[in-house]
Design a protein around this ligand. Structure first.
Ligand SMILES: Nc1ncnc2c1ncn2[C@@H]1O[C@H](COP(=O)(O)OP(=O)(O)OP(=O)(O)O)[C@@H](O)[C@H]1O
Length: 229
């Protein structure tokens, strides 16, 4: 694919008189894995919401596969979101009364047709094939996040946005979930943008950027400004 899947230009978000995101320009190329790291309060979730078309920036432009999505009405934004972006959240956000399979199929249901073969491939790749019929309450955190990753990839998005996807998992489970996320990302040739405060993840990504006080600054990897958890 020519050009970046997502490109933000001077993305700025003001809330309650405070500048939360300050002229952030960022490009996400197809197939690339990008870590956006930053301390608590740096604006990571705000940037995630803007890149995911969940929040409209106060100013600046967002291009999705070269098309300006900044001014689209909500209905059209929802379609671009559904067809282009897969989401993974720290708290999984699975629907309790749907099975793992039906949770993962939700984005497909929104398009009106299911691709069960693709879902099966994802469940196999994520090693959750035996959990398809189970409900979220019966799954461990790592299992829930793998179902959420399957859901994120259900519509073969151009990019997966993940906000602290391992934040609720113990270190071993977190490592396994990340391994699987990278594996399916490579298999499906999807760009991945992962947002985290965790400096230790940087070596796993093609690119890393650092968000500090709402601004993107050069990530030398050396400055330890992060707030201990
Ligand atoms: N609606 C709002 N009104 C006022 N301030 C806000 C609003 N939303 C976010 N903020 C502030 O903007 C800053 C950035 O918030 P954001 O949630 O993007 O940070 P973050 O880097 O994701 O932090 P964390 O890692 O703690 O989740 C924070 O100081 C937050 O309190």
């Amino acid at each position: 694919m020519a050009g970046p899947v997502l490109r933000g230009e001077d993305l700025t978000v003001d809330r309650g008189g405070t500048r939360i995101l300050d002229a952030v320009s960022i490009a996400v190329d197809s197939d690339v894995s990008l870590l956006v790291r930053g301390a608590s309060g740096a604006g990571k979730t705000t940037l995630f919401n803007v890149l995911g078309l969940l929040t409209t920036p106060t100013s600046g432009s967002l291009y999705v596969r070269g098309e300006d999505a900044s001014e689209l009405p909500e209905r059209k934004r929802a379609v671009v979101r559904r067809d282009t972006i897969g989401f993974v959240f720290q708290d999984f956000q699975l629907i309790p009364d749907l099975s793992a399979w039906d949770n993962a199929a939700l984005p497909q249901d929104h398009t009106g047709s299911r691709d069960e073969e693709w879902l099966q491939e994802l469940f196999d790749a994520l090693d959750i094939q035996d959990l398809a019929g189970q409900y979220p309450a019966t799954l461990s955190g790592g299992e829930k996040q793998r179902v959420a990753i399957a859901r994120a990839l259900a519509n073969r998005p151009a990019v997966v946005l993940a906000d602290e996807p391992t934040g609720q998992l113990d270190p071993n489970t977190a490592e396994r979930v990340l391994d699987l996320l990278f594996e399916v990302q490579a298999q499906t040739e999807t760009a991945l943008v992962l947002i985290s405060h965790d400096r230790g993840l940087a070596h796993r990504f093609d690119e890393t950027v650092l968000l500090r006080d709402g601004r993107l600054v050069e990530d030398t990897g050396e400055i330890d400004y992060s707030v201990p958890e």
